[in-house]
Design a protein around this ligand. Structure first.
Ligand SMILES: Cc1cc2nc3c(=O)[nH]c(=O)nc-3n(C[C@H](O)[C@H](O)[C@H](O)COP(=O)(O)OP(=O)(O)OC[C@H]3O[C@@H](n4cnc5c(N)ncnc54)[C@H](O)[C@@H]3O)c2cc1C
Length: 492
């Protein structure tokens, strides 16, 4: 099979893939690159999810790229606006011309003898096999399975006479006007769907097994708006970005350091929204500590407004079974519904299930250790964009892209063709890659690489720390093994 060669192949044209491309062409202008995108559109998450109300729950000053100001007054933005921002960025920098749409990567094999990856993909509706080679593989495929979301097995679903839908596969023709809707779940998707569907539905019930911490934030950032009037766009954006980075770091550290205080603040916030009579402890007081799972944000308290108006309500109970009319709950109560939405989450999937082979040996990712949260032990010339769990995804992906470019430039300067993180320190202990107790994380942990107990193997969920180490720290550290074209490991 003939193959086309690039210095770097980026897989995925979502938020991180477009950001990676910008950094590559700006910081490594002599390198050739292409983006292989499995779908027929760019935007990833922001193109795939089409459910009512789809929006970010991070502010766009930190979810947007560092290099391209977010100019919309809405700090918490809807899905179509984020998709448009990604598309406009790609068009502005000519990145759109580098994307091969409809190219789903299935396998990549590294050869140390050739110092290159051979990348197999399926192209177009016929899934025709195509082959590429590259010196460096940059995986920007997100973190979940695009094929299907997570739906638990409930007894009796086949009996249900209404519609059962999953937000990842929203049926565009679904008309829920005047219908009774039950949204199962209490995560970011559920709290987005409930107020959005309540605008047209007869009533929306959010059915949760257990509560989630929910905080209301203004959808518009008044300080950022004022700064835009006073400063040039780039400067105003940088100031708003830093303000929000520091704010989220402050609240995250407060939650970890003084969980009792943070619990009290969050409970108080909900009580103020819903009034003293509302059963806050039943529906909004989780058993776990804040940030053991991702904190949910509701812009301008929209969820609480829908509850106050009687258009939405929360039920905390367990599903016994589906019935013809709706749901039978463990408490004995019944919930009748015309539409049930399973906002039960995603299937976490790293590397998008791409089969990796290194010098003839298939890679078992769960045996690898993450290096600086962006590469993996014993896997050469491969980086992966994986964002923060406690802050905006793009903050980390921007830093990773800069670091990859520094690494590529270092290799070029020294004539290296291979870089491989090697974990040889006996004092480094393996730990779970993610410290969330959320179901989707726990289900996936056995298949994920580990992180180490200290640098450079530890994944720091801290932008300021990462900024210092990834922008200013040494690329040629003790864990990175470089190899020059002609021979074995190059002495550093
Ligand atoms: C509903 C929802 C809301 C979210 N809100 C926020 C938020 O507010 N803040 C935040 O920080 N994060 C949020 N996230 C996380 C979000 O996914 C990231 O913020 C970000 O959009 C991820 O961008 P990405 O480019 O890394 O991955 P994705 O957006 O998942 O894009 C990956 C791309 O890679 C392509 N791809 C995958 N596998 C292959 C393959 N084998 N071959 C070729 N192409 C492939 C996909 O088709 C896709 O286009 C949210 C996630 C969801 C699902």
């Amino acid at each position: 099979m003939t193959s086309e060669h690039f210095d770097v192949l980026v897989i995925g044209a979502g938020l991180s893939g477009i950001g990676a491309a910008y950094h590559l062409q700006t910081l490594c202008p002599t390198r050739t690159y292409a983006i292989l995108e499995g779908r027929d559109a760019m935007g990833g998450t922001w193109d795939l999810f089409r459910y009512p109300g789809i929006r970010s729950d991070s502010d766009m000053y930190t979810l947007g790229y560092r290099f391209r100001p977010w100019r919309d007054p809405k700090a918490i933005a809807d899905g179509p606006s984020i998709k448009a921002y990604i598309e406009e960025t790609a068009a502005e920098y000519g990145i759109d011309r580098k994307i091969r749409f409809g190219h789903r990567v299935t396998r990549a094999e590294w050869s140390s003898a050739d110092a290159r990856w051979t990348v197999d993909a399926e192209a177009g509706p016929d899934r025709a096999p195509v082959r590429f080679t590259c010196n460096f593989l940059y995986k920007c495929t997100g973190y979940y399975d695009y094929a299907s979301g997570y739906t638990p097995e409930w007894p009796g679903t086949e009996r249900f006479g209404g519609r059962l839908v999953h937000p990842q596969h929203w049926p565009t023709e679904l008309d829920y006007s005047g219908k009774r809707v039950v949204v199962i779940g209490s995560g970011a998707t559920a709290v987005t769907l409930v107020p959005a569907m309540a605008e047209k539905a007869a009533h929306v019930t959010m059915l949760q097994r257990s509560p989630t911490y929910i905080a209301s934030l203004p959808s518009q950032d008044t300080l950022a708006d004022s700064l835009r009037g006073l400063l040039p766009a780039g400067l105003a954006y940088a100031a708003a970005r830093w303000k929000n980075v520091l704010r989220s770091l402050f609240f995250y550290n407060l939650a970890r350091g003084l969980p009792g205080l943070m619990k009290w603040l969050l409970r108080k916030g909900v009580q103020l929204e819903l009034g003293p009579e509302y059963a806050v402890d039943t529906h909004f007081a989780p058993r776990y500590n804040p940030w053991d799972e991702r904190l949910c944000i509701v812009p301008d308290g929209d969820l609480f407004r829908a509850i106050r108006a009687g258009r939405a309500s929360v039920v905390t109970d367990h599903i016994e079974s589906f019935t013809e009319q709706g749901l039978q709950l463990r408490s004995g109560a019944r919930l009748d519904a015309d539409v049930i939405v399973a906002a039960t989450g995603l299937n976490l999937k790293l590397l998008s299930g791409i089969g990796l082979v290194v010098d003839g040996t298939p890679v078992t990712l769960s045996r690898a250790m993450a290096y600086k949260g962006m590469m993996y032990s014993d896997i050469p010339n491969l980086a992966s964009a994986f964002g923060y769990t406690n802050a905006s995804w793009t903050l980390k992906c921007d830093l990773t892209a800069e670091y990859v470019c520094r690494l590529l430039n270092h290799m070029e300067q020294h004539g290296y063709v291979q870089c491989t993180p090697r974990q040889r320190d006996p004092d480094v202990k393996a730990e779970p890659a993610l410290n969330f107790i959320s179901g989707y994380v726990q289900r996936a942990l056995p298949s994920l690489p580990s992180q180490g107990s200290r640098m450079p193997w530890r994944v720091y969920q801290n932008y300021v720390f990462d900024l210092m180490t990834m922008r200013l720290g040494r690329v040629a550290d003790e864990a990175m093994e470089f190899r020059a074209a002609a021979g074995g490991p190059h002495p550093r």
